[in-house]
Design a protein around this ligand. Structure first.
Ligand code: NAP
Length: 292
């Protein structure tokens, strides 16, 4: 890598903290965005051990970084080390983007924004009035549930292996956004009927992710219809077992590459204050998909 002529005394630092971070494609995304927009920033990943999280945040402030991303497993833990967070990020219980504003760290969640933008870009439709079936009840499910409830989803069913976690998210959405959420036990008989009658299916679990790619998060007996949109937040592999089955049944299928891309774009816009425009964005997205 040759950085001669690109890093100057005025370059501001952006980064990513997480564990692991070695697999990340975010440096590619942000450094390419920086050079395409001629903004003098450089993005570097930092592998941070759990007991060093607070020290890492203080160190990033001490060297006056412009901002940073946060990935697994720190999206929740980071909140207590920040000065302020957006209301949405607090509801989601998850921060993946931090900006240094005049010596204070502000936290945001762009994962859900990335999901929503990617869904609309790939399918040409949104969530207003729709019945949505979410598989899983972890961090991604929580963020997506808040986002799509805010965007007017008519009904959100959350089905999880551990039903208590789905109940917790449903209660939080009903109390804080709108009364549209209900939890399901993924192994309950009623769940497969609700699944079949839902227009949008979203997998937010890790089931089917590399290297355990031969598994699906739902029972083989669940019935798809070709009118359904099936979105899997996993991007490695590009086509999970769930998406392969859904595609065979004629559903519209979308993987998590767009979510990854648009959460990065939203973070870049927060840090730099610029708004990336079409057709640049779509062209850039198409080239990003090819490098993954
Ligand atoms: P998380 O908080 O750890 O939640 C994991 C979820 O998967 C839980 O609902 C868990 O169920 C379920 N699960 C795990 N193993 C299971 C199994 N063997 N059988 C059934 N359910 C199982 O993880 P997360 O942060 O939400 O991330 C979830 C996925 O989203 C990951 O694949 C991650 O890469 C992806 N993601 C993608 C993007 C993107 O930009 N595309 C952004 C964020 C996250 P229990 O509650 O029962 O344990």
């Amino acid at each position: 890598m040759n950085l001669n002529g690109t890093i100057s005394g005025k370059t501001r630092l952006l980064g990513l903290i997480g564990n692991p971070v070695e697999h990340t494609v975010s440096p590619q995304l942000h450094n390419t965005l920086a050079s395409a927009t001629n903004i003098d920033v450089a993005y570097v990943p930092f592998h941070v051990e759990k007991e060093k999280l607070e020290a890492a945040v203080k160190g990033l402030m001490a060297v006056n970084v412009l901002g940073f991303n946060v990935t697994v497993p720190y999206k929740k833990d980071i909140i207590k080390y920040l000065d302020e967070c957006s209301k949405e990020a607090l509801l989601m219980g998850s921060v993946n983007t931090v900006k240094n504003i005049d010596g204070r760290f502000y936290g945001y969640n762009t994962d859900a924004e990335g999901f929503s933008k990617s869904f609309k870009h790939e399918t040409g439709t949104g969530f207003k009035g729709k019945q949505v079936f979410i598989i899983g009840a972890g961090g991604a499910a929580r963020a997506i549930s808040v986002k799509i409830a805010k965007e007017g989803a008519g009904k959100i069913y959350i089905a999880n292996r551990t039903p208590s976690k789905a109940l917790e998210i449903a209660d939080m959405v009903n109390e804080n956004v709108s009364s549209v959420a209900e939890h399901l036990d993924i192994s309950d008989a009623r769940t497969s009927k609700v699944f079949s009658s839902s227009g949008i299916i979203i997998n937010t679990t890790t089931v089917g992710m590399y290297p355990n790619m031969d598994v699906s998060p739902i029972e083989a007996s669940f019935v798809f219809s070709k009118e359904q949109i099936v979105y899997d937040v996993i991007y490695n592999p590009k086509k999970t077992r769930l998406l392969t089955i859904a595609e065979e049944k004629g559903c519209t299928v979308v993987n998590g590459i767009g979510m990854l891309f648009y959460q990065g774009v939203s973070a870049f816009e927060i840090w730099t204050g610029i708004k990336l425009q079409e057709p640049f964005l779509s062209d850039f997205y198409n080239s990003f998909k090819k490098v993954l």
